[in-house]
Design a protein around this ligand. Sequence first.
Ligand code: MN
Length: 232
Amino acid sequence: MTDYLFDAPEVKSIPVTGATAEYPVGRIFCVGRNYAAHAAEMGAEVDRDAPWYFTKSPSAATPSGAIVPYPPGTANFHYEMELVVAIGAPVFRADRAAAKAAIFGYGCGLDMTRRDLQQVGKDNRRPWDLGKDVENSAVFAALTRATDFGDPGPQRIHLEVNGDLRQDATLDDLIWKVDEVVSHLSNYYHLRPGDLIMTGTPAGVGAVVPGDVITGGIDGLAPIALTLTDPE
Ligand code: MN
């Protein structure tokens, strides 16, 4: 056993519906612009050639139901409701069928975003890290096994702020389907159990302020919630 100078980083984990063991978080990949109506609201074209990605640090993982402070360095903190894919088997250079077979399960997620800092990155052709890799910004609800959920399709995906509906779409609106995303991403990474993919957000993103309560859901999955308090 290695003797560390200080406590090693905590392993984050996500509950699994119907199981006592939790799903330990490895890497967090996020798909950009995967709903046409959201790409349009961001003033962007849909990328039809291939999906593309950004990442969040595993330490950004936060459980549904958390109460977290409004983050530093932003005046435009946005919610993004997303379907999360959890990898359950090693997958590398896989076709769509093999990619689908490697999916452990699905969950509701929130990709919380410092939109103003993301825009600075876009405007200056810089990375998005300050906008996207935000502490407590990868919120995960309990996962449901793929065998219990079935396939993403007509299920509704929605988000409310203080009870007011802000995002409302279906998983059929995903441009790149989950098996296509896993297959494509497996050409660049040796995906393995613990790896999570946030699959993009529908239209209707917007800002939240301290005191707001965000709730969301996807038919057939455990719902998600996040409460924001005053900045530290
Ligand atoms: Mn997103």
